[in-house]
Design a protein around this ligand. Sequence first.
Ligand code: C2O
Ligand code: CU
Length: 456
Amino acid sequence: MTRLTRRTLLKSATAALALPAFARASGHETLLHAQPASAQLVDPEYPPTKVWCYNGAVPGTQLRAQQGDILNVRLRNGIDQSTSIHWHGLRVRNDMDGVPGFTQDPVQPGEDFLYDLALRDAGTYWYHSHSRSFEQVARGLYGALIIEEPDAPEVDYDLTVVLDDWRLTETAQISDDFENRHDLSHAGRLGNYIHAVFDAAPAQFRKHERLRLRFINTATNRIMPVSLRGVDGWIVARDGMPLTAPEPLATLTLGPAERADVIVDVTAETGGEVLLVFQDRDQGYVLNEFPVATGATTRRAAPKALSPNPITRLTTVENARTIPLRMEGGAMSGLQAGRYQGRDLSMRELVGQGQMWTLSGVASFPEAPFFDASLGETIVLQMKNDTAFPHAMHMHGMHFQEVLSDGFGPHKDTVLLAPSEARDFAFVADNPGKWLLHCHMLSHSQAGMKTWFQVG
Ligand code: C2O
Ligand code: CU
């Protein structure tokens, strides 16, 4: 058997994958059964990979519902750790947010939990385990969650593209070094097998067909720069939320948990190809390829912006309260002393507890909220990355907008901050409850970059 090097793996990433099952919400309960299974992740010359997943497939069953619906999902725990599900990017009621020991009790092996989700916003979201997520998500406990607009734009295909990064052994099994200290203190647990799973893609596209592609980066730690060849188009939404004006599509760089909806037209010549490429610095690795057949002779007119979701758009931060949020620690910029579980610890003591990072000097989950916001208050999070690594900061329950010199950026639930970057993100604290704020590089979150705040 050939050795699984990163290069061969990246090159072989077009392996045929089992298509995920599809579930449409229709007022009744949808079951997500967390269970062990095996999946043919890599080429058939390798044995199937033992995974943990929802309903027997990775990604788990794709959930599709209409904006305005109620989605009832029953989680059944068939793995031997406790678990829970977080609905990433959905503005849900606090007790449905899926954070174990915080917004709900952990769901023990053999138990069920019923989630009741009111779908206020349309867009591309995803769901994933929020228990030992650095392990459970890395083993496959995630899936796509698509909320359709009542007035969806006209396209020939609406396809979900799930990007993931797996760390596999030579026999294609998931490497179980989840708490490797080097990973925790550096860029997190990166894999050696990157792939993109298109749900229900056709065998070929036709010239001038219009595709809506919903990209979701489900990798636990890897930033994914991807580009498309043989198409031309626009980004129409980020993190589920429509952009006020579509942006021309170039390379799309998605941090862990980020999403983007693109609308593209097939422009490759008949006999050519549409390619999805992972951009690794100057090199590109083809993740997926589709031949192009004859089609229409002319392109359609550019798409209009998607209808906005019912979310407050900021107009000013004049009366906002500013809260500094410093990312600190990690290798190469010096691990530091910090507070952990109510005590001031030296750098050595923190590391002894598996804590390598802090947010404004506090590691993992303080007992007291990082801040309290009154209902309706506008908060500006003044984020500063004082570490040598990028971080993907994620806020539960609400979306924020970057404060720019000439206005506000798009609504986002996860943002990438490069080393030494400082950027401000504002939001209206309009969803009452206790919400997490953490790095979505799940190794970093496990190793300290996790806090919470309270609204109302
Ligand atoms: Cu997608 Cu707290 O997570
Ligand atoms: Cu991080």
